[in-house]
Design a protein around this ligand. Sequence first.
Ligand SMILES: Cc1cc2nc3c(=O)[nH]c(=O)nc-3n(C[C@H](O)[C@H](O)[C@H](O)COP(=O)(O)OP(=O)(O)OC[C@H]3O[C@@H](n4cnc5c(N)ncnc54)[C@H](O)[C@@H]3O)c2cc1C
Length: 383
Amino acid sequence: MVLERGEVANSWRRERWDSLRLLTPNWQSRLPGYRYEGADPDGYMTMGEVIDFISRFAVVSGAPVRTHTTVTSVKRTDQGYQVATSQGDFGCRTVMLASGACNAPSVPSLLQVIPPSIQCLTPFDYRNPTHLPEGGVLIVGASATGVQLADEIHRSGRPVTLSVGEHVRLPRIYRDRDVLWWMDASGVWNQRYDAIDDLTRVRGLPSPQLVGLPQRTTLDLNALRAAGVEIVGRFAAVRDGRALFSGGLRNQFTLADLKMNRLLDAFDEWARTHSREAEVGPPERFEPTHVPSSSRLDLDLRDGEIRSIVWATGFRPDYKWLHIPVIDHKGYLRHDGGVVDAPGLYALGLPVLRRRKSSFIYGAEDDARELVDHLAAYLQRKS
Ligand SMILES: Cc1cc2nc3c(=O)[nH]c(=O)nc-3n(C[C@H](O)[C@H](O)[C@H](O)COP(=O)(O)OP(=O)(O)OC[C@H]3O[C@@H](n4cnc5c(N)ncnc54)[C@H](O)[C@@H]3O)c2cc1C
């Protein structure tokens, strides 16, 4: 039984902004036995297309989905698990937690000290710029969500200030191919979780600065700055009504550029050693991220320059309904490659669950196959 509190593809229907497109190309939209077969494999789906894609999969796969069924509690029993829902209780021997990694925006406690004259939004509240008051917008966070919203809101004519902390810079196209083609072909995306040294850190990395536009544009900080977005450092504190930003932009930029170049080196090395040079363009290197000659270290939040703040500071899962001691002190699930430390309890769709690609649509298939094998063996042992 597949229990869903809303409709199939609920997160894409309810929790995304209007203009969002997948940042993964269409050919990476694939689920077990089912894939994109349209005329634009290198394009990026709109939200409507994603909803159709996943809804069709639910039909084609014949998945026994019960929609509008909210799970309110999962508890262990002698036989397995007791699952309480808005449509009644169920007993089962195994549970696969596929409730998502991004159930709620992750917003720093700074939110509480923002002057009330400023409208605060998270990506879950934001739909399009018309919902924002006129005037300046501070966007906090420069990963995929932050750079996309900075671009869209700036185009709406509002002055945008983007506060930048740790980020992952990537070009959209490298050597004539989508950068996610390189991630896949070179094996980087398939790297297994048990081969990664600092797994906790890698699981917590921000999303890459990518956007899925038909023009296949690179949306990095250089592009935003050239368009007129003001770049400031990490939002560190609010004191006497002033937002204080860290002065470490140069370090953040150097680190992001260094990591991008290391990845591009790895792609080049792979192309050379796998005789793929002829099918891709020549190696490229990109302009280092431009460090503003002087970036503001503080900003008065009371003088009316900033009228709204969008907290693009990431997302987190919600396990309030999971009454089993498998959650760590930060609210994340403890698991080993999706095998949770409770018999017959599994998880899918979390960052680097079994592979680097695990939290993308494209990553579900391989992880699901391995976890289902584990689950089937568990049931067999028990019977
Ligand atoms: C802004 C944003 C952009 C993204 N862009 C991309 C992209 O371009 N490409 C890509 O591959 N991935 C992208 N992702 C990641 C994407 O979310 C995952 O690839 C995919 O949605 C994971 O699917 P899932 O089914 O594991 O989780 P979800 O899509 O989050 O689905 C979880 C489901 O569980 C339901 N649920 C949760 N709690 C309960 C409960 N208590 N009871 C009943 N049902 C419940 C929810 O309603 C939801 O439908 C993006 C994520 C975000 C936040």
